[in-house]
Design a protein around this ligand. Structure first.
Ligand code: NAD
Ligand code: 0WE
Length: 254
């Protein structure tokens, strides 16, 4: 088992279709101990049974827009476990109105919200958990190709993911001397709650499947398996990296 004896905190499970659920399942299979955050009481009811199913040790509330919440989460993990080996950030949010039409029309508040929850929160979490992270620890986050190329309607989220990917590189530099790695996984489109919240996932899925070398969507299991590798000691030479799990989509031009 790749992750035996490692303790992982997972942020971003909403339901069994969440990418974070695919990651947690793979971690569980590979022998990791798990704990889960949830956003608000509405999601507590969903996350607790999932934690029970995957043998999680505990769950805790955390709105990543709140430094207090993040500090409390780090205190709780320190209390329960002492140390941590894996931190998973699988969280994003922008106003629905900002994920359609012209990027040009993004308001200051909409831009700030998307950047805060989808990009800055990784920096805030990394700093709060820094004292807990063991040598050999791994920080992972989720990104999307819209950070690197224009994807219609992804708009302010593309800009936030570009900031997230750059943050991964700067964090990797800061954490490198402590033997702590920071990486991003760029997943192809997957029909999760967040993806269903956008207009035409069907069309995006069809375009993706027809252009991707493997001719189909990726699954949360495939993302989970890559996350397990990146969190494992086999990936000890990989940091500041963005690994595509997209069936080859990004490598094709025509
Ligand atoms: P999801 O809806 O299952 O997960 C998104 C999570 O973000 C939810 O658990 C939600 O509670 C959490 N969240 C939102 N605002 C938050 C806040 N303020 N504080 C704490 N948590 C908050 O959807 P998903 O597709 O699994 O998304 C997970 C990650 O994967 C996101 O970063 C997303 O951008 C990324 N991603 C998704 C796809 C896709 O097509 N689904 C592709 C590439 C990358
Ligand atoms: O990162 C994402 C989705 C992130 C997201 C989704 C929502 C929907 C509901 C952030 N904020 C919100 N806010 C809401 O109110 N993905 C990679 C999935 C996604 O989103 C798109 C995509 C794909 C793929 C938006 C436009 C075009 C393609």
């Amino acid at each position: 088992m790749l992750l035996e004896g490692k303790k992982a905190a997972i942020f971003g499970v909403a339901n069994q279709r969440s990418i974070a659920y695919g990651i947690a399942s793979a971690f569980k299979r590979e022998g990791a101990q798990l704990c889960f955050s949830y956003l608000g009481d509405a999601l507590k009811k969903r996350v607790e049974p999932i934690s029970a199913e995957l043998g999680g040790d505990f769950t805790f509330p955390c709105d990543v827009a709140s430094d207090e919440d993040i500090a409390r989460a780090a205190e709780l993990v320190a209390e329960k476990w002492g140390k941590l080996d894996i931190l998973v950030h699988s969280v994003a949010f922008a106003n629905r109105d900002d994920l359609t039409g012209r990027f040009l029309d993004t308001s200051r508040d909409g831009f700030r919200l998307a950047m805060d929850i989808s990009a800055y929160s990784l920096v805030a979490m990394a700093r709060a958990f820094e004292p807990l992270l063991n040598p050999g620890a791994s920080i992972l986050c989720m990104t999307y190709y819209g950070a690197q190329k224009v994807i219609t309607n992804y708009n302010v989220m593309g800009v936030a993911k570009a900031a997230l990917e750059a943050s991964v590189r700067y964090l990797a530099k800061d954490f490198g001397p402590a033997d702590i790695r920071v990486n991003a996984i760029s997943a192809g489109p997957i029909r999760t709650l967040a993806a269903s919240g956008i207009g035409d996932f069907h069309q995006i899925g069809n375009i993706f499947s027809s252009r991707a070398p493997k001719g189909r969507l990726v699954t949360i299991e495939e993302v989970g398996n890559t996350a397990a590798f990146l969190a494992s000691d086999y990936a000890s030479g990989i940091t500041g990296e963005c690994v595509f799990v997209d069936n080859g989509f990004n490598s094709v031009a025509i």
